[in-house]
Design a protein around this ligand. Structure first.
Ligand code: SF4
Length: 697
């Protein structure tokens, strides 16, 4: 690409920050704008926590949207009179989109569209609809550039939407959520009894009788343009309409659709080549794997066999031969699954190919069988037979089975494993995101990933394989704080925390841990947050301090999985000096803002390698090599490290206690901004850490 032209475009980007931005924020905003304008397929941006990346994203992406809508890019092109010299991307029709000013949601227009467009439900996988039909009708919709913004939780989506509210850009924003979050029909909710599959099933089969669904017309009363999940619930309550379907209506007219990761793959088909932005992207890959993994139990399979058998017996005279043929194939698969679960011991890994051959899948007309089980009417009829037993869990049995066999048939040996769990359950577990990432590439216009700690980039390597070199960019940004405000000390303590030592050494390990905490706490003002490797080790340490009646200078709080109040209690006294002990990967290790006095130091005891008992993990390591194991571990460490510095004036120290951290293979995997702040010491007491810390204070 012509660098001069790129510079000209960059120079004219008019960012409208409502506050003085950091230099790195401006760079990030402009890089996001440019990656969208150039149509870069996959862009990955890493900017450390506390550098204001969410607002940088808003300015970059919304300026781009504004410029597309107002044809500014075209005007710039004309002004520069450089049409012939412009790079290819500048002349592409998707950049020269028609002027499309903002307009208020037009529910009548939506209704017209709805006559043709089938809204996609949470479980799109289960809803049968010809893709051809959906495509044609979706083409009739507005081809506005839409951004789908995804983050892990609704509270993160709300934070993002609040930032949009601060901006000067006029955009329509809608949030989509699951029925679990948005259904307001108390009678359906109580029948569903917290069973998500049952809730979906009940809504789909009863929505026409649901008064909230029938009142969707009252959506016309909606005048606001930005909706987070609470707004949807509040406005829907006023209008007595269904927020779940209201969200879908509003998203048709929205410029930005906010969705949790789990709903992205299901909703992507509703929009024509959207721009997809994934925030906090370090969690994205694992969330997708989880969403697409599924399981089926022996009990469920027996119920389904009974249901299909009853249906077949009752209607064998009336149904078409083809339907009977598919029903027989389903029974054959169910019975093979039952045999497998009964004959194999738990923990048995089954190769997908062997299993398919065994149950005769290659001989079947696979695509038609999938369509058959995905057909909504057929599912409802079979469900009717299964439901007759009135057992709560039966509602979801056939739905689980449909998902299971669809995944089983569609997935490949390379990306899934099949095994028996202890509880007489067969689990199909996704171990990589090859096909999901391919779908994202195929169905989006641009993919933008953003995060504070994305390195090591292992899971994003899949994108590199799938797109051309010039279609993939990775950029990282420096931290906004100076070197003297944050330092990382690796302490090569005598004992490491690999637990290779025999149990009798546990006591020594506890002694070492205790004495290091005592040494460190003397030098650190205000709050200290400590991360242990596991809840088991944390509990052992807690017991050790109790049994030995150990006292610390600061008040100590131990994280408990079930105690959500612990953070509040710690926060109340952290200013006076307190220690919070938690676990890497636990609820306090990500997304918590330990700014200022809440964490003047973060200490990590041990390299938190995940437990190798997991089949999925073992296979992932088999496929991707040992480096994969190091990478996921260090990404979790980098997340914990990210708790300490939250803004420009923050300061704090990081202590990593385990000599394995100083080995090249791990040390090189710390976030780049930390690399020149690392000091390795053999003994904590021999360091000059206290002096330098006093200078910082
Ligand atoms: S239509 Fe809406 S309110 Fe009614 S059952 Fe379905 S999700 Fe719940």
């Amino acid at each position: 690409m012509n660098k001069d032209i790129e510079e000209k475009i960059r120079e004219r980007i008019r960012l409208q920050y409502p506050f003085p931005p950091y230099e790195s924020q401006l760079d990030l905003s402009k890089d996001i704008y440019m990656s969208l304008a150039q149509g870069i397929k996959v862009s990955i941006f890493e900017s450390p926590t506390g550098t204001g990346k969410s607002y940088a994203l808003i300015e970059g992406a919304l300026n781009y949207l504004d410029d597309i809508k107002s044809n500014t890019l075209i005007k710039v092109k004309q002004k520069c009179q450089i049409d012939n010299d412009m790079p290819d991307w500048f002349n592409e029709p998707d950049v020269d989109l028609k002027l499309n000013p903002l307009k208020k949601p037009n529910i009548n227009e939506n209704k017209q569209q709805k006559k043709h467009v089938k809204l996609i439900d949470d479980d799109a996988l289960f809803d049968y609809s010809s893709s051809e039909e959906t495509k044609i009708n979706l083409r009739g919709q507005s081809l506005n550039d839409k951004i789908i913004y995804c983050s892990r939780t609704h509270s993160q989506l709300k934070q993002f939407i609040n930032e949009i509210r601060r901006s000067k850009h006029k955009v329509r924003v809608s949030t989509i959520g699951s029925r679990q979050h948005l259904c307001v029909n108390q009678s359906i909710l109580s029948k569903a009894n917290n069973n998500v599959n049952k809730l979906n099933h009940l809504c789909k089969s009863h929505k026409k009788q649901c008064s909230y669904y029938k009142s969707l017309d009252t959506l016309e009363q909606y005048t606001q343009e930005i909706f987070d999940i609470n707004d949807l619930l509040t406005v829907s309550k006023k209008c007595q309409s269904c927020p779940y379907y209201a969200a879908k209506e509003l998203s048709l007219q929205a410029d930005i659709i906010c969705t949790p990761y789990q709903l992205l793959m299901e909703s992507i088909d509703q929009y024509i080549e959207p721009i997809i932005i994934v925030d906090e992207a370090h969690n994205f890959g694992s969330a997708l794997l989880q969403t697409e993994s599924c399981e089926i139990s022996l009990n469920q399979l027996n119920i389904i066999v009974g249901g299909i058998d009853d249906y077949r017996k009752k209607y064998h005279q009336r149904v078409k031969a083809k339907t009977l043929y598919y029903l027989n194939q389903l029974l054959q698969i169910c019975k093979s699954l039952i045999d497998k679960i009964k004959t194999k011991q738990s923990g048995n890994l089954i190769t997908l190919i062997d299993f398919m051959v065994e149950i005769g899948i290659p001989k079947l007309n696979i695509i038609k069988l999938i369509k058959f089980v995905q057909n909504k009417d057929m599912r409802q009829r079979i469900n009717g037979f299964i439901d007759s037993s009135q057992n709560v869990t039966h509602y979801s049995s056939f739905e689980c089975f449909c998902k299971f066999i669809s995944q089983l048939i569609l997935t490949s040996q390379k990306e899934s494993i099949l095994y028996i769990e202890k509880s007489n359950t067969m689990k199909l577990s996704k171990i990589n995101n090859y096909s999901s990432f391919q779908t994202l590439i195929d169905k989006s216009r641009n993919l933008v990933f953003l995060g504070g700690t994305l390195q090591p980039l292992n899971e994003f390597e899949i994108f590199k394989e799938k797109v051309d070199t010039n279609e993939f960019i990775f950029k990282e940004y420096p931290h906004i704080i100076s070197k003297d405000r944050c330092q990382l000390l690796i302490i090569n303590a005598q004992l490491d925390y690999s637990f290779k030592q025999k149990n009798e050494n546990l006591n020594q390990l506890m002694n070492q841990t205790n004495s290091l905490i005592l040494d460190i706490e003397k030098c650190i003002p205000e709050g200290i947050v400590i991360f242990m490797q596991t809840y088991t080790f944390l509990e052992q340490f807690k017991q050790y301090t109790k049994v030995n009646n150990l006292q610390f200078k600061k008040q100590v709080f131990f994280d408990e999985k079930q105690n959500s109040q612990i953070l509040d209690k710690y926060s109340e006294v952290a200013k006076k000096g307190a220690i919070l002990l938690s676990v890497v990967g636990g609820s306090l290790s990500e997304g918590i803002n330990f700014s200022d006095h809440l964490a003047r130091a973060v200490i990590i005891f041990g390299v938190p390698y995940p437990n190798l008992d997991s089949f999925e993990l073992k296979e992932q390591i088999n496929i991707n090599g040992n480096q994969y194991y190091d990478n996921i571990t260090m990404r979790a460490v980098n997340q914990c490290i990210g708790r300490v510095i939250r803004h420009k004036n923050d300061y704090g120290l990081l202590f990593l206690i385990d000599k394995r951290f100083s080995e090249d293979k791990l040390r090189t995997k710390f976030s780049t901004w930390l690399q020149n702040r690392i000091t390795i010491q053999n003994d904590f007491k021999e360091t000059n850490f206290f002096e330098s810390f006093k200078q910082i204070l």
